[in-house]
Design a protein around this ligand. Structure first.
Ligand code: FE2
Ligand code: FE2
Length: 152
């Protein structure tokens, strides 16, 4: 019963976040191939919710959905040279995304942890320490690999 309620809560949270103008700004930036950062984050959120549901992991709906949707909320095009400031994108964007999410949405510490750790093991010291952080970290790897291989 609780599980069903959490599934519905996840769906509602996801729908309202994806409609939010601040989140839709990510449509302006390219992630992989022809996939926008918005579509990438939406996919990561869908896969994360799917894994949580199928494996009965009982993740906290708000932490999982906000963490997944905002994990790449860095708001710039990392393909642009921009004077070399994006050269270290892989290493720095998680912190930028966390900061933006905190400023724009006042997300709680658990959500910030999900965002901060999603680039593990590249960011070797930022190890996921919650089930929500693990789910998003692994979903992001899977979705990124599919996007890169398919080059949509
Ligand atoms: Fe990322
Ligand atoms: Fe990502």
């Amino acid at each position: 019963m609780t599980e069903k309620r959490n599934d519905r809560r996840e769906e509602e949270l996801l729908r309202s976040l994806l409609e939010d103008e601040r989140v839709r700004k990510m449509k302006n930036y390219t992630q992989h191939g022809s996939v926008s950062t918005y579509d990438h984050c939406r996919k990561v959120a869908e896969v994360s919710c799917g894994i949580n549901r199928k494996l009965h992991l009982h993740a906290d709906p708000e932490t999982l959905v906000q963490g997944a949707v905002l994990h790449d909320y860095f708001l710039y095009d990392w393909h642009e040279k921009d004077g070399g400031s994006h050269d270290w994108h892989g290493f720095i964007h998680a912190e930028r995304a966390r900061k933006n999410a905190q400023q724009q949405f006042h997300v709680k510490e658990e959500v910030q942890h999900v965002i901060r750790c999603h680039m593990w093991p590249l960011n070797i010291t930022r190890v996921p320490r919650s089930r929500e952080a693990w789910i998003v970290c692994l979903s992001d790897k899977w979705v990124s690999m599919c996007e890169t291989l398919l080059k949509r």
